[in-house]
Design a protein around this ligand. Structure first.
Ligand code: TRP
Length: 331
């Protein structure tokens, strides 16, 4: 009997533009995974509204993000690509799972603590239960692996705990998922503070996938470095240059040793624009393809509608099973 291919679920919030960090830390890996796994790639708009969003922006970003996923090489035939709010089972399962999650567990989530500080005037119940919705995303599809950045590991661990608890009470229902943090997943730091992760919430230090070349070049030229001149990798003492080297290598496919050798004795004045150019060239075809796809609204609509249908077929099975087990009357 042929074994079922392992299933993957991941998502990115449409709360800002896709960045160099999302490309190198996530999407590039997703493209590699689509050949070997059954993948669902989601645009998690319901997570995005845990902090205030502008409606017109949110709508535009959801569709643009889908176009950019495709332009990056994600194939809507090979993967199920969809918008979270189009599959109502996410919210339904989240409600149920919330009843199997402890207040104390959610209070310990690092991201909740950080975000509730950032949005101190708007600490909603949604922000607090965000990890429960994420658990629903993952468990609904019986995902084996969840490619995420290190910062999301805690949420995947919580998902496992919730699944295990539910299975313990009602017999096996959910596959226990694992965080999948690919080695390739270069961690890209902010250009204006190389000790912080590159984040769409800090636009100055952040390169967007759709930034025009001159903007990319300007941001790299301004990147914070140290006051030496040697282009050498040293995370501890030279975080800025090390981050730029990571980006350069990821963009060009060169090894660290090759990159260091190429810029030996040349100084930052040569190196910084070279990193900028490497990223400009990496993103040029993606930006052009995204723009082309954005012009084809009918195609995009057919992709997200088909994606939601395919996702829903899987989602209803899990949700039905859950509802039976907990004792809801069959419809
Ligand atoms: N919380 C994730 C992030 O901010 C996004 C996300 C939502 C997600 N649901 C998910 C990631 C399910 C993986 C699986 O990065």
């Amino acid at each position: 009997m042929e074994e079922r291919r392992k299933r993957i679920f991941s998502g990115i919030q449409p709360s800002g533009e896709l960045t160099l960090g999302s490309y190198m830390g996530a999407i590039r890996n997703w493209v590699a995974l689509q050949e070997e796994y059954d993948c669902l790639y989601c645009i998690v708009d319901e997570h995005a509204i845990t902090v205030r969003q502008d409606p017109a922006q949110l709508r535009r970003r959801c569709v643009a993000q889908l176009a950019q996923y495709i332009a990056c090489g994600l194939d809507p035939e090979k993967n199920i690509m969809f918008i979270q709010s189009h599959v109502p089972q996410h919210a339904e399962l989240a409600w149920i799972l919330g009843c199997y999650t402890q207040f104390g567990e959610l209070s310990r989530m690092t991201q909740f603590k950080a975000k509730s500080q950032q949005h101190a005037d708007n600490i909603t119940a949604g922000l607090f239960t965000y990890p429960v919705l994420m658990a629903a995303d993952i468990l609904l599809y019986q995902a084996d692996l969840v490619p995420v950045g290190e910062d999301q590991r805690q949420h995947v661990e919580l998902t496992r705990d919730i699944a295990q608890r539910f299975n313990g009470v009602y017999s096996d229902t959910f596959v226990l998922p694992e965080a999948f943090i690919p080695k390739l997943g270069a961690r890209i730091m902010s250009l204006d503070d190389p000790t912080a992760k590159m984040s769409k919430s800090v636009p100055e230090g952040c390169i967007n996938l759709m930034d025009p070349p001159e903007v990319i070049m300007r941001k790299f030229k301004r990147a914070v470095t140290d006051c030496e001149t040697a282009v050498k990798y040293d995370r501890e003492n030279k975080p800025g240059i090390s981050n730029l080297l990571t980006i350069y290598c990821a963009a060009t496919g060169k090894t660290l040793a090759e990159a260091e050798a190429a810029f030996a004795g040349q100084g930052y004045g040569v190196f910084k624009p070279a990193v900028g150019e490497a990223v400009v060239e990496l993103f040029r075809p993606i930006r052009e393809e995204s723009e082309r796809i954005m012009g084809d609204k009918a195609y995009l609509e057919s992709v997200y509608k088909t994606g939601a249908q395919r996702a829903q077929q899987l989602a209803v099975r899990t949700l039905g099973k859950v509802q039976r087990k907990i004792g809801f009357v069959a419809r």
